[in-house]
Design a protein around this ligand. Structure first.
Ligand code: 2P0
Length: 318
């Protein structure tokens, strides 16, 4: 019998975003989404049965509130049968100041560890469904390189799969902009965004952008990928500004980095932005341009730290 199981999963950045839920309790989204899994940022999680009174979480060597993890484990108990309490130990290798979403790598790694601990068949589609119930974006982190989360309309039909399992020369430069603003969780942010009068138009456009994005990935067309991803992400953030209780993840520095990226593109460099539920900007470029672009950004924004990531990842057992 397995007594302890450890898995590693990488974070992912959506090129076509998930920003809204059709069925909140199961994280069934309003749009399909497509992401690149990053080689550089990951979470390692181990799970073992414990005789404590409740599930526990040790995150980066610190005892941490386990409510969300325990809720996830309860969902596994419902689906796969009851099991004892679990001690979860997790290490995030994601720059914390950057506020890079780590729920994707965390719930994906935890899903992997639990499937191993429970000796469940490691069916990727089933693991993706399970990870999705923990955090929507985690459904995509089961897979390396490019993953497509088919929105579906119920628990069975909503899962991610590998879309393109090769590196395509794409680079992401992560600009770590810290924020003093109070953080709005993705879950709440999405709920509010869905009240925007323009939301259904964004959803409709997203379906079209997804088809264009698939083509652009298959043909390794980085400029097209960047243009579509940027349009999709800026559209997502516009919903936050148009909703009934408007909010904005952007800071002054976010806007400055966006403007500078646009100037770089106009000067002939491949440079586009995508932004998630926080102030950080991910600059999309290719491997040939990344050094020159990185030097320009470092010169322009000496106070911001930049890191380059490429496609990679996929769930692994360690
Ligand atoms: C994404 N984000 O597609 C989008 C774009 C952030 C902006 O998925 O409520 O942490 O746990 O399902 O997965 C972040 O949302 O939200 C996210 P829940 P999650 O990557």
């Amino acid at each position: 019998m397995t007594t302890i199981a450890t898995a590693k999963a990488h974070t992912n950045i959506a090129l076509i975003k998930y920003w809204g839920k059709k069925v909140p309790a199961l994280n069934i989204p309003t749009t399909s989404s497509l992401s690149m899994t990053l080689d550089k940022f990951y979470t390692t999680t181990s799970a073992e049965f414990s005789d404590e009174a409740s599930d526990t979480l040790i995150l980066n060597a610190t005892n941490t509130d386990s409510t969300r993890v325990s809720k996830f484990l309860d969902s596994l108990r419902d689906y796969y049968g009851d099991f004892p309490k679990v001690r979860v130990r997790s290490e995030n290798h994601v720059p914390t100041a950057a506020g890079l979403a780590s729920s994707a790598s965390s719930f994906s790694a935890l899903t992997g560890a639990m499937f191993q601990l429970l000796e469940l068949p490691k069916d990727e589609r089933e693991m993706s469904r399970a990870a999705r119930r923990g955090s929507g974006s985690a459904s995509r982190s089961i897979f390396g390189n490019f993953a497509l989360w088919n929105m579906g309309n119920d628990d069975k039909s909503s899962y991610a799969e590998s879309f393109y399992d090769e590196d395509i020369n794409l680079s992401m430069i992560v600009a770590e902009i810290s924020s003093s603003q109070k953080k709005m969780s993705s879950t709440l942010g999405m709920q509010l965004a869905q009240t925007a009068p323009t939301y259904s138009a964004w959803v409709e456009k997203s379906a079209q952008q997804l088809e264009e994005m698939k083509q652009a990935i298959i043909t390794h067309d980085i400029e097209k990928i960047g243009l579509i991803a940027q349009d999709n992400a800026l559209g997502m953030h516009e919903q936050n500004r148009q909703c009934t209780q408007p909010f904005d993840y952007f800071t002054e520095q976010t806007r400055a980095v966006i403007d500078f990226t646009e100037r770089c593109y106009r000067s002939g460099l491949l440079a586009f932005v995508t932004i998630d539920a926080g102030p950080n900007v991910k600059i999309i470029t290719d491997k040939t341009t990344e050094k020159e672009l990185l030097a320009k950004f470092r010169r322009e924004f000496p106070e911001i730290s930049f890191e380059v990531a490429h496609a990679g990842g996929g769930l692994k057992y360690v």
